[in-house]
Design a protein around this ligand. Structure first.
Ligand SMILES: N[C@@H](CCC(=O)N[C@@H](CS)C(=O)NCC(=O)O)C(=O)O
Length: 218
């Protein structure tokens, strides 16, 4: 049985977790924070999530774990079979990470400490996020899922990216629901799914533990 390492408050952790739960794969969760002794063996970059396979291989990086999960557990596919559709799926995931997740992540420290972010930083973040919004608008159909009739990895990836993108939006004033037509209704549908609710409950249960961990770092 594979083991998923990390903590539930991490939006990145929740991406492979949602994929595993969606596919009905049995797995163990190992609650661990990146500063834990020996964690570099699981993730050389000291990032959550990481995964240990059935035969003891350690893998990391959320998008790459998604690929592994799809390859190792092809039942209930989360990527289309057609190469172009498959590529568009990965394209959306990649763009969501580069242009929505990563710029907004630069604001996390300010958000957690309730401090205003410097104006220059807000400007830089907003410029990249504009690209992200244009990218999602160019690719997504939300009909009903992000890339059409099938629920795919891109749905999972974008949904959890929105956690950080929305946190950043509160600081930059960028309203993703307003700027991305169809996003709001899609998100409501996603959140109503039993797997989403399980992941959300686990995230909430880890809130105190996570903020305790953050405090222990300072
Ligand atoms: N590129 C990594 C990023 C994951 C990431 O940033 N995880 C956060 C938790 S949400 C983390 O481990 N942060 C610890 C750190 O940056 O020291 C991935 O795709 O898995």
């Amino acid at each position: 049985m594979p083991t998923l390492h990390g903590f539930s408050y991490s939006n990145y952790y929740n991406i492979p977790k949602h994929a595993l739960l969606h596919k009905g794969v049995s797995f163990t969760e190992n609650l661990v924070y990146p500063s834990a002794a020996g964690y570099s063996k699981l993730s050389p970059a000291l990032k959550v999530p990481s995964l240990t396979t059935d035969d003891g291989q350690h893998l990391s990086e959320a998008a790459v774990l998604c690929e592994y999960i799809e390859d190792a557990y092809p039942e209930k596919p989360l990527l289309p079979a057609d190469p172009v559709a498959r590529n568009k799926n990965r394209q959306l995931m990649h763009m969501a990470e580069l242009y929505l997740e990563l710029p907004n992540r630069r604001l996390i420290g300010y958000s957690f400490s309730n401090q205003p972010a410097p104006e220059q930083l807000i400007k830089e973040v907003t410029a990249v996020v504009d690209r992200g919004i244009n990218s999602i608008n160019a690719l997504a159909t939300f009909d009903p899922w992000v890339l059409g009739s099938e629920f795919t990895m891109a749905d999972i990836y974008l949904y959890y990216v929105l956690t950080v993108a929305e946190m950043g939006g509160q600081m930059t004033g960028v309203d993703l629901n307003e700027r991305i037509p169809g996003l709001k209704a899609w998100r409501i549908a996603f959140a109503a799914d039993a797997v989403s609710q399980r992941v959300a409950a686990d995230t909430e249960a880890n809130r105190e533990g996570f903020f305790g961990y953050i405090k222990s770092l300072s």
